[in-house]
Design a protein around this ligand. Sequence first.
Ligand SMILES: [Cu+2]
Length: 162
Amino acid sequence: MSQVVGVSQAVQPRKRNLRPLYIAVGLVVIAILTYFASMMIRMNTLPPNLDYSTTRTSEQGLFRGTWVSQLEPLEINKIHTWTIHVETSDGQPLDAAQFTVDGGMPQHGHGLPTQPQVTQNLGNGDYRVEGMKFQMTGWWVVNFHIAADGKSDTLQFNLLLK
Ligand SMILES: [Cu+2]
């Protein structure tokens, strides 16, 4: 057989060696699979030692705050109200604090689906927060950017929605 083919070999272009191409395609596929696998792991693996306390100290240590949800237990896809209590680091209630609320899911790169607002000062350092909502299960952060007595600091809470 090979002797017969031998004649045409001189005329036709040599058959290309496709092996490098297969190797290159294989490497690209492996790279893509690795990328998606690591993305899935990153999106689903919680950082260890997350503090889920409902009472936390603000980032610079100026304030302490505690949240309580009127929806208990927390559920996804329900707009609900929180009460947040804020005080100074030495336990004096903040009676004239200003708040901005934001948050999101750090692993997913998205924020809250709503824009919660502090709508009422209930006195004694308590404030009503309306418009809370979480639309997915998983790890959420909620940030209260607080200004009081000419100082500002951020309280961050971690939540695990199930
Ligand atoms: Cu998400």
